[in-house]
Design a binder for this molecule. Structure first.
Ligand SMILES: Nc1ncnc2c1ncn2[C@@H]1O[C@H](COP(=O)(O)OP(=O)(O)OP(=O)(O)O)[C@@H](O)[C@H]1O
Ligand SMILES: [Mg+2]
Length: 230
């Protein structure tokens, strides 16, 4: 089964949509449109969705969405403070997905989640966040690339078990490299100044179970949000 992205012009690049239940990494530099893409994936669909931000307030995100005239329905937007610890953040994510019976999930961003893994937090996690407790303790005392790999793989596997189609936003940090191999798909957003214009492009780097159009395509952010061109 294919899950429509909600981005006009995108689904033709991936055989009609994302494979249901897949975990997609959406990567790109600052300002390329990652957050807008994630919001649009959640809001322009009839599926219940959960969007978790670790770096932008709820008010700011709702203002951004309202600029495009989007009226969120079965949409749950959560700001979580990464300083509360990744175990706690994960516990809240699971609870929200279950409460909203979500079919779609976006994390903005995986980079922040991973970066804060070395912060030990006094917040008590519930049973679901427990899976990260030992890792949190190890990462805060002896962080290593191997441990970050275990963390990323554990997180992605846990998210997959929830049965949602998910987009994990990546700022392209070195610590996100492991996620590129563990996730089911990668979408890359880029922006380049050409003359006096900013040219935005999108490229599907990988999508398991899918014959992709892996070329670079133009991306526009207009009055109604993002659309993919030729
Ligand atoms: N209403 C709008 N019309 C046109 N372009 C817009 C509109 N709102 C935002 N943008 C463009 O979208 C860009 C920001 O997009 P977005 O917040 O999704 O980026 P991002 O990749 O999440 O960046 P960061 O990594 O810094 O969070 C802005 O820099 C702006 O150029
Ligand atoms: Mg953003």
């Amino acid at each position: 089964m294919r899950v429509k992205s909600g981005i006009p012009g995108f689904d033709r690049l991936v055989q009609g949509g994302f494979p249901a239940g897949s975990c997609i990494l959406l990567k790109g530099d600052s300002g390329v449109g990652k957050t807008i893409f994630g919001l649009q994936f959640c809001i322009l669909s009839k599926d219940p969705a959960v969007f978790v931000s670790l770096n932008q307030s709820k008010e700011s995100l709702l203002e951004q969405a309202s600029q495009f005239g989007w009226k969120p329905k079965k949409f749950s937007l959560l700001y979580l403070d990464p300083k509360d610890g990744i175990g706690y953040v994960y516990e809240r994510i699971v609870r929200e997905i279950e409460r909203n019976k979500a079919k779609r999930f976006v994390l903005d961003s995986l980079s922040v989640f991973t970066s804060y893994a070395t912060v030990t937090s006094p917040k008590i996690t519930g049973p679901r966040g427990q899976v990260f407790k030992d890792l949190e303790a190890l990462l805060s005392t002896r962080p290593s690339p191997g441990l970050f790999r275990v963390l990323t793989d554990t997180f992605i596997n846990e998210i997959r078990k929830l049965g949602v189609t998910s987009i994990l936003i990546s700022e392209g940090l070195e610590s996100d490299r492991a996620a590129e191999f563990s996730c089911d798909g990668i979408i890359s957003l880029e922006a380049e100044v050409v003359g006096e214009r900013l040219e935005r492009t999108i490229r599907v780097v990988k999508m398991r179970k899918t014959k992709i159009d892996g070329g670079r395509h133009s991306l526009e952010i207009g009055k109604k949000g993002i659309k993919v061109g030729s």
